[in-house]
Design a protein around this ligand. Sequence first.
Ligand code: KG4
Ligand code: ZN
Length: 349
Amino acid sequence: MICLGVETSCDETALALVSGGRLLAERIASQGELHALFGGVVPELASREHLRKASALCSGLLDDAGIAWQAIDAVAVARGPGLLGSLLVGLNLAKGLALGLGADFVGVNHLHAHLMAAGLEREIHFPALGLLISGGHTHLYRMESPVRFHLLGRTLDDAAGEALDKAAKLVNLPYPGGKYIDQLGQGRAPETGLFPRPYTANKNLDFSFSGFKTSVAKYVAAHPELRLPVMPQGVFAADDGLAHFCSSINHAVADTLRIKTQRALEGQSGLRALVVAGGVAANSVVRRMMAELAESYSVECIIPGLGLCTDNGAMIAYLGERLVVEGYRHGLDLEAIPRGQAVPNDYLS
Ligand code: KG4
Ligand code: ZN
């Protein structure tokens, strides 16, 4: 089977072809530079860019793979959660292709696809604990199978990526700032007590990063020299103060994720793996802490390569193919699910 995956839930227009769990080809157009000008994703611009790029990317993808349109057996699309206008562009492209080609059609939960992405690189053993950390989500799941996920905890306000991006913005680093905080703090020991571990003095598995943002804002207000006078472009180095700030922020966010993940590992029985996914899973401190944590609980640590952490089409094609193989499909009346709403299990029976 050849499955085409379409991802347009935020600011990446990404398409990929997967066959038998293997990636055949992928194309991605990032809108990062466009939205960086505004310090965040502008939804209307994002959907227009998807519309401008998606069809050409799709033709190019088939050329890369050296296959004809008719070779596509199934079309999978990220149906949410995401920006509604952006999702609709991908959904309509995917529906048109499925209809025109007579291919199977399935909508994929973008969050589940992130957690399953590592399956392209190695086998995921279930049940697994899944930590999904992106710009919009911080979710802990018990993953029973590729299609059965139980939500154990979630952020009550800001996501981990959002906390890092907002901290970066306070010191005038480009958007999205998570990767700059990571890069600029590398090689510098953190001051581990400088920032709090928000919302950990409880017994639950939820997260809350809004108070963290306030404490970072207060710190920057007291240390105005940290703020760069001009937003840097391209490669740049941090001075001592900024490196110390970035390393300490990174440590506090990663350690907060570690505390709740450890709590989940203790509370769940029979786990075989810890899967960490989403854009923040690209973070070097998070990767190290999660690997150490998994080792201490004797479960396998599964974190995909960097290209599979941020939004991509391969994860949609991969999970889509697994769904279709197991008999899950959607009709062409499938609806997009905006951010903040749960994605239903409304497959055709
Ligand atoms: O999964 P993703 O690409 O998009 C969403 O669905 O949100 O995640 C984007 C998030 C942003 O907040 C970005 O700053 C963060 O991932 N990110 C990182 C790193 N690379 C991307 N955060 C920390 N360290 C990184 N290396
Ligand atoms: Zn994502």
